[in-house]
Structure formats: C-alpha cells, structure tokens
Design a protein around this ligand. Structure first.
Ligand SMILES: O=C(O)CCC(=O)C(=O)O
Ligand SMILES: [Fe+2]
Length: 357
C-alpha cells in the first residue's frame, strides 16, 4: 500500500518491509539542539559567551542549530520552492536525471551497497556544486519542462549569461550564499577550544562541496521504515536545511535516539568524521538518521564540505595533548571506501579508527 502511495508521489523509494520494527519506539525524547547565533559570535561583546556554547555543542553533541546565518531569506525561499516542485514531478520526469552506474551524482538512492539490503524510504538528488568546473550539468534539473530544450550546454560558470532554469539558479544561489559559512563557523569552533585554526582551515579551503537533496515520502507505517539509515557523515561540516518544515532528523547520544526539533529559520550544522579525527576527538561526529512522517512528505538538503582529496586522515598536532593520539591514520580516500564494508558488517567506520586509550 505504502509503495503504491510512494509511486503515486513519483517516489523511487524502495524499503519494502519493516527491517526495524523497533526503529521509532526506541526514540526517547526530543533533544534541545543548542542554538548558536552567528551574529553573537561575530559581535565582540557577545562572542566569548557564544563560543562557550559552541564548544559545548561540538564536544558533547556534534550538532547545533545556527541562526542569523546570513543566507538571504529570498535565496532560501526560492530554493525551497523549486526543490519541492522538482520532487513533486512524476517519476519519469525525475528519472531523466537518474544516477549512472558507479556515479553518485543525479537522482536515485543513497547508500546502496548490495542487492540484498533493505532500502531506505527516500529518494535523493546529489550534485557536485563546487568547484564549478566539476559540475556535471547532465544531472542539473532543467525544471520546469518548458526549459528542457535548454538542457546543457549551459555555461557552467555564469548562470546569468544564459538564463538558467529556476531550480538550477536557486541551487547555484544557495551554494554561493553558503560558500563562506562553513569556514567562518569552523574558525570559531577551533578558536573556541583554544587551538590555532590555520592548518585545519587549509584542509577545507576551496575544496569540493556536494549537495544532497533528500525526499522522504510519507508512510502510514512510519514506525516500520527509515528515511535514511543511521550513519555519520564522512566529511567536515554539514549544514542541513529542512525544506518544508517537517521534522525528522534524529541523533544518537549515549546509545539512545533523540529527535532534533529545529527552528524553522535555522540551519542544522552536523559535524562529520573528518573533523572528529583531525581534532583528535575534540569535535564529535554525530550519528544520525532520518525518520518518516505518517502523512506528510519531508524534504531536506545536506551540504557536504569535503577535505583535500589527498588528505591523510590523522589527528593534527595542535589537538593532541600529552602525546595521546586517539585515532589511527588512514588515507581519506581509503576511509571513504570503508563505507561499503562497514555498512555490510554493520560497524561504523569511524569506530574502526579509534585507538584504545
Ligand atoms: O534528512 C535528514 O534529516 C538527514 C540527512 C542526512 O543526514 C544526510 O543527507 O546525510
Ligand atoms: Fe547525514
């Protein structure tokens, strides 16, 4: 029944049976995700106090809500409208942008590692948004259809020289308006724990950014499915935008799941594995998942900030106290590949890097 509904809504999602009956019932409560105000961080008289809150959020939870983040309302409004319209199209229209074999970009599903696995109750659209010469415009949606004569070639760099279809424009605008945000937050995070930011910032400076737009159709048996299975993000910071004000993010703390109820205007900032390892565990990578609403669809947009491609993941010296290195080193590219083995043997790949103390 739910599958039919999902199909009607043009969804491609495929979790077909309850693989986790206990999924929602073991969710204990709502977590009061700390609210960090970027204006307060930036203002001399309030910065110190806000940094204390930021440090605590990064050390204890690995997540916070950012308000007054400076991304213009109009950019967010247009982006939300256009992405919701994209997902509301019939399945065939979205399939024009389907993922190709061995390529993460485009429309499809996330974390598909084996034919036997239960799929999550959600679809996604993944795009590399930065640097612009790595954008693969074959996957950028030329919605609405009246624009589709204009499938690429569009000029990659300048949406203004050839008018771009609305969704492409709003993805581009959101991407550029959030460009400096992660660097700015990261700098405050590092200063908040009394370390020097240059080395860490350099690892992410001008590196790739990828955008994952997640669509979770409703499911009457919402307690039997998951929109996105538990995971940690491998990357650096991940600001998450909730598009249609339906909540669904949950985080794991002390072995229990908690719902994150975010403010409408906030960006939820998640810390990823790379930051946990580089900071020698000073920042926590947060395990999270997305749950499904019984009768409302949910849409979210995750923006991933990648480190330098040739990075060897290893704690940076300025975060190591008394010679206590807490993670073993691994090439970042090898760490990414571990996603597949870790998924299959049910272990978190970050745990495998942790050294006994
Ligand atoms: O939709 C959500 O709340 C979570 C999304 C997420 O964790 C991701 O895309 O990595
Ligand atoms: Fe995630």
């Amino acid at each position: 029944m739910e599958e039919e509904e999902a199909e009607e809504r043009g969804s491609n999602c495929g979790r077909t049976e309850a693989s986790s009956g206990e999924v929602i019932s073991n969710c204990h409560d709502n977590v009061a995700a700390p609210i960090i105000d970027l204006n307060k961080l930036l203002a001399a008289q309030s910065s110190e106090e806000e940094c204390v809150k930021l440090r605590s959020a990064c050390q204890n939870l690995g997540l916070f809500q950012l308000i007054n983040h400076g991304v213009p309302d109009e950019v967010i409004g247009n982006f939300k409208r256009d992405i919701a319209e994209f997902f509301s199209q019939p399945l065939d229209a979205k399939k024009e942008y389907s993922q190709l074999p061995n390529n993460l970009e485009g429309y499809g599903q996330v974390f598909v590692v084996s034919e036997d696995q239960k799929l999550d109750w959600g679809d996604m659209m993944y795009l590399t948004v930065h640097p612009s010469d790595l954008r693969d415009l074959r996957f950028w949606p030329t919605y609405p259809a009246s624009f589709s004569d204009g499938k690429p070639p569009f000029t990659v760099n300048s949406p203004t020289s050839t008018p771009w279809p609305p969704l492409m424009q709003s993805i581009d605008a959101y991407s550029s308006e959030t460009k400096g945000l992660a660097r700015c937050i990261l700098e405050f995070m590092v200063k908040a724990i009394g370390a020097e930011p240059e080395l860490l910032l350099g690892i992410f400076e001008e590196q790739a950014r990828g955008m994952r737009m997640n669509y979770y159709p409703p499911c009457k048996q919402a307690d039997k499915v998951l929109g996105l299975s538990p995971h940690t993000d491998a990357t650096g910071l991940m600001p998450l935008l909730q598009v249609n004000d339906v909540q669904g993010l949950q985080i794991k703390k002390d072995g229990k799941w908690f719902s994150v109820n975010a403010l409408n205007d906030a960006l939820i900032v998640n810390i990823g594995d790379t930051l946990e390892v580089l900071s020698n565990g000073k920042f926590r990578s947060v395990e999270h998942r997305a749950v499904i609403h019984p009768n409302k669809e949910r849409i979210s947009v995750a923006l991933f900030h990648y480190p330098r491609e040739n990075l060897v993941l290893s704690p940076l010296p300025e975060f190591v106290e008394d010679g206590k290195v807490r993670y073993r080193s691994m090439r970042y590219q090898d760490f990414l590949k571990q996603l597949f083995t870790a998924k299959l043997d049910g272990k978190n790949r970050l745990e495998k890097l942790k050294l006994e103390q």
